[in-house]
Design a protein around this ligand. Sequence first.
Ligand code: HEC
Ligand code: HEC
Ligand code: HEC
Length: 471
Amino acid sequence: MSARRTYGGIAAAVVFLCAGAWAVAQKADAPAAAASAPASASASASTPVAMATGAAAPAASTDPVLEHGRYLARAGDCVSCHTAPGKPAFGGGLPMKTPFGTIVSTNITPDTEAGIGAYTEAEFARALREGVARDGHRLYPAMPYPSFARVNDEDMHALFVFFRNGVQPVAQKPPATDLPWPFSMRSLMIGWNWIYLDKGVYQSDSARSAEWNRGAYLVQGLGHCGDCHTPRSMLGGVKAANDRKGDAFLSGAVIDGWYAQPLRHTDRPTMAQWPAEEIVQYLQTGRTSHTAAFGAMVDVVQNSTQHLSTQDLQAVSAYLKSLGATEGAPAAASPASLVAAAPKHPVALALRNGTVEGNSGAMVYLNNCNACHRSDGTGADKTFPALAGNSVVNAKDPTSLIRLVLAGSAMPATSKAPSPIAMPDFGWRLSDADVASVLSFARSSWGNRGEAVTADQVAKVRDTVKPAKNP
Ligand code: HEC
Ligand code: HEC
Ligand code: HEC
């Protein structure tokens, strides 16, 4: 994909555009790299990164500010990007592949030579909020500083104290990032920041409750949920950085070959309709009775959200449930109501009676999926997700669905739900046409209302999962 390099020779405006395009790929791949361990061995439960989280938590100190900083570091999921597989926490060195070259995360331990031990608190805050390193060079937006800009002074201080006194110094300097020109020109980020970096810490909305504001602060700030869940413009910035910037905020985006579902109300079943307890449960365990996390969200749950307090997760849930909620408008049928109605659905009866001849999608389902997801598409509590009313199955973008069936997936292993139950991969036994027909079937059965999936769409996704799979 070095073809992108050729853009570099053209006019400055184009170079700038490239930088934007680069940012898209960069950001798309950053979490991919973080998630690469579980992706390549989908059934393995504890990823190196997950273990690193444990390693990052030696004996708790007695300093409440430091402990608060440790908590915030988890909310910001610093460990996922700043730790290489099998290496000490926060030592950096995680290679993040992009079509423009490989970017390597830096060492953020307090080592003065290799890490950020020489950073003053002001320099640390500037790196997190403005994307400027100690020596003045611009950071690539693979570091989510446009989100971290929202972090308030008190929390910034606690983070600094944690990274100064609560983290084991690591003396090793990771290899430097060396992107080909023009992407090597970090000064391009000045222009990018001018368009996309909104300075200023989170401002409370006085018309809303304290809980709502707490949720907004976590989601827009340290949680950087929009980095994956908000679509991006051509120049690589998110289309909306918060709820005031428009309905694109958290409206769903493809990241690392998975579709990160909308985290707001839309015209389809979404998580915003789940009961609050289910949202909290999902963020704590990576699963609910009807769904389970996969893709980049596995790492997010394992390394970040499972460690947040129930109160904070309730705040996150309250905030997300408010997004896109229009008073008086008829809501999409709720996932729960579809699950409840599924056993009586004609499709369920046909599958149970085996009267599905001529329906190729139903045949593929019966032979490959029925054992776990059941004829009524309700799966099994906390083990096999329900396909009825499922936001993934009904999603506008079928990327995740196709990829799940081709490549399989394993749920996150968390302290509250330790066993990583897996979905097998079917790419080796089902043709593109088979996958298209079984997914079209699932998207139109048990009350679901997703569009049909075509063999072409499957072929495109198959191309992207191929290299990851050993024959
Ligand atoms: C999505 C991935 C990602 C997350 C999450 C992330 N970072 Fe980073 N961070 C990076 C990358 C990549 C770089 C290097 C960017 C570059 O070289 O341009 C970086 C650079 C930095 C730097 C500059 C260090 C230096 O001198 O080079 C600091 C400080 C930093 N991150 C702190 C944090 C903290 C604190 C958190 C958690 C609150 C965090 N990061 C979360 C990816 C991430
Ligand atoms: C590194 C990328 C990434 C980040 C950061 C991220 N997510 Fe996700 N998230 C995903 C992907 C990919 C999915 C789709 C997989 C799935 O549904 O299990 C997802 C799914 C979800 C779901 C399930 C939605 C559904 O309809 O099933 C919830 C809830 C969720 N994320 C909440 C959050 C919250 C809250 C944050 C911020 C604290 C966040 N995510 C940050 C990538 C991310
Ligand atoms: C051996 C049991 C098993 C079989 C057979 C199976 N699945 Fe799954 N499926 C799972 C498990 C477990 C998950 C959760 C995986 C995860 O979250 O990582 C899952 C997840 C899914 C999801 C995502 C739902 C969500 O909310 O996360 C879809 C869609 C899906 N399967 C469809 C299918 C289709 C279509 C087939 C047949 C081609 C199939 N499954 C066969 C066990 C199975």
